[in-house]
Design a protein around this ligand. Structure first.
Ligand SMILES: O=C(O)CCC(=O)C(=O)O
Ligand SMILES: [Fe+2]
Length: 415
């Protein structure tokens, strides 16, 4: 009796089939991936799901945003290979960020259960936010063995075999947005994700030109990819994401002219691919963004960095008179809000935060101005790093972390 009550998850004769690794990703890494996903996500492959795949990032001029994933993929591959004793055997088959929104769930299945999924050998699911705090529902359940369920906690990772020893399901998400980074690993090099990514990157991200400010501006994919349909209604994900944070897209009339009207013949959704401004209440931020994704990325960056910016502001404003005056960058005007199709009530239900999440803080335009500059630095640094690493990746056909001391040495030798 005592032996059954205390029996370990697997007996000595059975191979281990799953492992939960608490605290695998740092809180900062989770926040960075959340920023990428909330800036770049598109309608997912299942209802009520938003996803950001790595090929999508490369194809929308955001190849540099692949860089935060590179060390994580390597660490996960190491963890999976060492736990399942298959050193140097695995390739990453798929890497993607997924939001499971209200109503999303998946029934009992194993991850290799379709003829076109047979190549999958192992799964890794990293949780980027937490059950109870950020969303309700969404618990991962396994049919047999231990652990029998996983309650998502930001930073934790669960790894498991993709076969029928791990039949599992995810309970319906009833509130909030459940964020994961999901990877599948294969032994079959024909399904290696890296050559496909390198092919995209070599077409879109080859060179870094410091003068070319457009090199890190996102380019929207086709409009239908951003359409989130839910029951009989829907919304454009880009509009919904800015709306949830209290912003709206405004016409980009130049400051000199009073002509803020939108050409009546234009299809409203097409305006999302054109230059526009951001508004908030009666305020209109004067910067013209290249398109809606550019504006969305800056808004998401601001929310990622807002706590840091706020504490910096408190430190610099105490006893200091050198406070910059960014109000000139914001005009009090009713502006022209773009006539976009967005069911705001539905967007609030789907992307609005769970009641236990942190209360939203008030926007500070001073901080927003700083965030715009910080986003440009962040993007430029990543772009530079990508153009350094890309030649190594292309020559080895693998995306991996290059030791920076080695890079300096090699670059030095080459000169
Ligand atoms: O997100 C999870 O916890 C598991 C996801 C899953 O089962 C799948 O994507 O196949
Ligand atoms: Fe699954």
């Amino acid at each position: 009796m005592a032996t059954t009550a205390t029996s370990p998850p697997t007996t000595a004769t059975e191979d281990p089939v799953r492992l939960l690794i608490p605290g695998f990703l740092s809180p900062e890494t989770c926040k960075e991936l959340e920023f990428v996903h909330r800036s770049c996500g598109t309608a997912g492959y299942r209802p009520s799901v938003v996803s950001t795949s790595l090929p999508h990032l490369a194809a929308t001029s955001c190849g540099h945003l692949l860089l935060p994933f590179v060390p994580i993929r390597e660490r996960l591959r190491d963890a999976v290979e060492s736990f399942f004793s298959c050193h140097f055997e695995l390739f990453v088959e798929f890497t993607g960020l997924v939001s499971w929104c209200k109503g999303a769930s998946i029934g009992w299945h194993s991850d290799d259960n379709k003829p076109y999924l047979r190549q999958r050998a192992f799964t890794a699911v990293c949780y980027l936010n937490s059950h109870g705090k950020d969303f309700k529902g969404g618990i991962l359940q396994f049919q047999d063995g231990k652990p029998s369920s996983v309650v998502p906690v930001a930073g934790d990772v669960v790894i498991y075999t993709a076969d029928n020893r791990n039949v599992h399901c995810v309970d319906e998400v009833t509130e909030g947005e459940r964020l994961t980074l999901t990877l599948w690993f294969t032994r079959d090099s024909a399904y290696d994700e890296d050559p496909k990514l390198l092919n995209f990157l070599s077409q879109t991200s080859w060179s870094y030109e410091p003068a070319d400010q457009n090199s890190y501006i996102p380019l929207p994919a086709s409009d239908n990819m951003y359409w989130f349909s839910y029951e009989q209604s829907g919304f454009d994900i880009r509009c919904a994401r800015v709306h949830i944070l209290g912003f709206s897209f405004r016409a980009s009339s130049d400051g000199e002219s009073n002509n803020t009207s939108v050409a009546p013949a234009e299809d409203p959704i097409e305006l999302l691919g054109k230059p526009l401004r951001l508004g908030r209440g009666d305020d209109v931020f004067m910067k013209i963004f290249a398109n809606s994704l550019h504006a969305l990325q800056v808004v998401q960056f601001y929310y990622w960095k807002a706590p840091e910016l706020a504490s910096r502001r408190k430190q610099t404003t105490v006893g200091s008179e050198t406070v910059c005056c960014p109000t000139i960058q914001v005009q009090q005007s009713s502006g022209t809000e773009l006539p976009l199709p967005c069911n705001h009530g539905l967007a609030q239900t789907i992307f609005g935060s769970c009641s236990n999440a942190e209360p939203e803080f008030a926007l500070e335009w001073d901080d927003f101005v700083l965030a715009v500059a910080m986003w440009e630095n962040y993007s430029e640094e990543l772009k530079k790093e990508l153009s350094t690493f890309l030649p190594y990746w292309l020559s080895s056909e693998t995306i991996f972390v290059v030791d920076s001391s080695e890079t300096t040495q090699i670059l030095g030798e080459g000169n």
